[in-house]
Design a protein around this ligand. Sequence first.
Ligand code: HEC
Length: 329
Amino acid sequence: MRPVLPALALMPLALSLANLQAAPVQFESEIFPFLEKKCVECHRAPYKDKNGKVVKPKAGLRMDGAWAILAGSENGAVLTAGDAAKSELYLRVTLPPEDDDFMPPRGKADPLTATELDLFQRWINEGARFGDWEGNTEGKPKTPPTPPADAKAAPAAPRSEIQQLYHRLSEGLTPVAEEAREAVTAAGGRVLPLARTSPLLSVDFRLTAAEANDEDILSARGLAANIAHLDLSRTAATDAALALVRDTPRLVRLDLSNTGIGDEALKHLSGLKELRYLNLHGTAVTDAGLDQLQSLISLDAVYLWQSGVTEAGAKKLRNALPHARINSK
Ligand code: HEC
């Protein structure tokens, strides 16, 4: 007789081992509890504070509902299902804690623990599925944000202002050649599409940071026309690197924080008609350089904290760009 019994006896062990390896991370029980504790306070539906003032979610990003996490921030998608390394949501929590972009902001909430980071990474890499969890559906658009495959036949989903901007900037723009992209990667940069099907690009040098010099940065010249976001923060960029932005008419976000750039560099910015966000935090820029920004009327936000700019200089810029947020403290 064949020994059926011992094999059966081993089954439960084999099953539980398989479970250990394969059980997908559950959003509601394993992910949301720490997001709720450490992120949602700042990333939630608009609400009125005790003075009746409406508090909006930071960066337009809500993390209190599945649809909202998928919708992303005012800068676009924050989650790439299946690829944590391309997900802003994950990148922000894995930066060095002293980085200005680190989430949660220092001192505001506890950083994610090693276990939470591991679960978060696995959950995204496994496809970022929410299961039955919907969370807060307040504000959810009636039409789904991602158009169906046959997009032409379906009515277009309503677009936010920033989506309209990116749509306009994408019109007639051809995707960049692979070689142009590779030149940047070889120089230590990262090139990511703004959205899955967008020809617009986000370029940063965060992986090499202090080692990225002007030459490395100028490797992005070959794809300049497609760059919408450029992050040179913490690189060794000098004023010369900014020659790059003379060829980036679609630039919307420019982060120069914590670099050695100064007033000279800002001369190169004068042609940036679409620029909304400019971060000069921790640079050598002074009031004289700031005068060059007065014509950049598309600017929504300028960060000047810990630069050489005085309060008087910041005030002058505020007067020139009354609708922009000029952060000098
Ligand atoms: C105390 C408030 C606060 C908390 C808590 C917080 N954030 Fe933020 N978050 C901000 C602010 C302010 C910004 C916008 C400034 C910036 O881009 O750094 C931001 C921006 C972001 C962005 C960038 C969105 C974009 O596309 O520009 C992401 C992603 C993000 N937060 C994720 C998180 C995660 C994940 C957590 C929890 C682990 C978290 N945040 C906790 C305040 C907060």
